[in-house]
Ligand binder design. Sequence first.
Ligand SMILES: [Zn+2]
Ligand SMILES: [Zn+2]
Length: 341
Amino acid sequence: MKTATLTDAHTVEISDRERPEPAPDELLVAINACGVCTTDLHMYSGNLTVDYPMIPGHESAGEVVSVGENVDDYEEGDRVAINPSVPCNECRACKSGRENLCHDLTSIGGAAKNIIDGAFAEYAAVPAGNVEAIGDLDYRTASLAEPLGCVINGIDQVDLTSGETVVVVGGGFIGQLIVQTLRTSGAGTIVLSEPVAERRKLGVELGADYAVDPTESDPTEAVSELIGDVDIAIEAVGLPKTIQQAHSLTGPGGRTLVFGVPPEDATIELSPFDLFFEEREVVGSYSLTPKTFARAVTLLQNDRIDVDSLVTDEFDLDGLETAFEQMEAREGLKKVVYPAQ
Ligand SMILES: [Zn+2]
Ligand SMILES: [Zn+2]
């Protein structure tokens, strides 16, 4: 089978490998679509330490082509989305339903304590417990189940109540996905803060009520002029400055979600008095759980997310490196690779 393997930083090799056999509890899936994530880019550029050679790709969907002997729930020809997070199911976090915080998490091609081969390959062998049936949903749409599962987990962390006001800081692919998910989850007024005009326009098309340019005016003033106090601020950039900004937008009872991946050594200034006196919260969210993955598939099956507006570039496996180069140049939004064709 054909694979796109990272053999070193900035090096993708298209190579031929033996097709894996599914273990007794696994399925072999022909990978029909796999989204390219910033995590893949960090592995490619060397910003995230991984052991080369490795096959990245953790946002995938495809067709079951072979079934392990102990698997009863799936058969050849089933169409599935793959959840890349394989929890141990034994630790305290797993047992409390927070599998994303598993102490011994394995990821199929994503970032985790243990990393196994991912989905930038014609086939991947995956635990049967890690797939969701997608019915007749197209594979490209189904490949968004992973990032959407992460977004749902994030929104769960800030306890959105219908009608609440939300600001999303950052209008890249994830920011746009957050705007749409907030809209379908009952948010009241949604404001997107984003410097690129094209992305502000898209955000409004996808469900934001207002979009502000943080380079033109101080978003703290612009947002409070528009909607007053903010109940929830979601940071989808991953920079200390924008996290601080998001937090400063919230009013009494406000919650700030750190969704973007910040640098490991970054720090921010917080007033503990404000947290105390105004019951404001700063929370984070990491990855997804089996439950939020299943909920993501349901939202996609019910057409709650406009995928056409989010996927800007499509490639076969040979094009993965071009996809990375475009991401480094900050061109477009979501890139999707079609390995099995
Ligand atoms: Zn991802
Ligand atoms: Zn665990």
